[in-house]
Design a protein around this ligand. Sequence first.
Ligand code: DO4
Ligand code: MG
Length: 273
Amino acid sequence: MKLYRTSRSAVAEHEGRCYPIEGRSFDSLVCDEDLFDALQKIVSGKPPLGDLDAADLQAPIGNQEVWAAGVTYFRSRSARIEESKGGGDFYDRVYSAERPELFFKSMPHKVIGPFGKVKIRSDASWSVPEPELALLISPRAEIVGYTIGNDMSSRDIEGLNPLYLPQAKVYDASCGLGPGVLVQKEPISRSTAIQMDIVRNGEVSFTGTTCLTELKRELQTLVDYLFRDHTFLHGCYLLTGTGIVPPDAFTLQAQDEVRISIDGIGTLINTVA
Ligand code: DO4
Ligand code: MG
């Protein structure tokens, strides 16, 4: 079962058919006692509409804040140790520590949806997309769905000093989400693959893959840390970190197309403004 957002309403997709969800906001769905059951009821009692209009897809978000976890894959740990040029062992320590790195990423209204334009900072010289599994979490700290996140990052700014992390990570159009949310009863399989392709002038200039088996932390543990002494009235999103980092010589350019695919969820496509 998938949950999408269009300009008119939320839409449930089941077995290739789409069902508009009338009279329910995205927030009320996220807060539902059982989102999967609620969507089941919607799709079983209604005639389907035609296909989803891809051009009308919005980011699948209501009033949820977006948070992110960091250094959850060995590849991310190694890349950041190199980028900070021996600045300290904090990346290595956080990779092995019990407490994960968690940071605020985006207000909902700043999130970029499918086919929207993500941005690189004007004062950055080294920028990359970070393809990440995103968890949709209810106010009761339950993972109710999965989508694709792009944690756009300025590596030169982050590498200068870890205290610059919010500037490297949080700016206009620095967070992509979508296209839809995978909603299922069972937890997402650890054998799920994540792939990113970056297309420049019609050619793939970078391609990389990883798998959730490479993610060091349990998903629910990340969520439990985020919810410690922290209330999310409408639930929230949590990006779970990147396991794909392009080589150091690579930096994003305007017009690059970033395609992130996760098994069972779909492909999030964004162009760099
Ligand atoms: O510690 C810096 C950010 C880490 C991050 O965003 C990631 O590992 O995905
Ligand atoms: Mg990240």
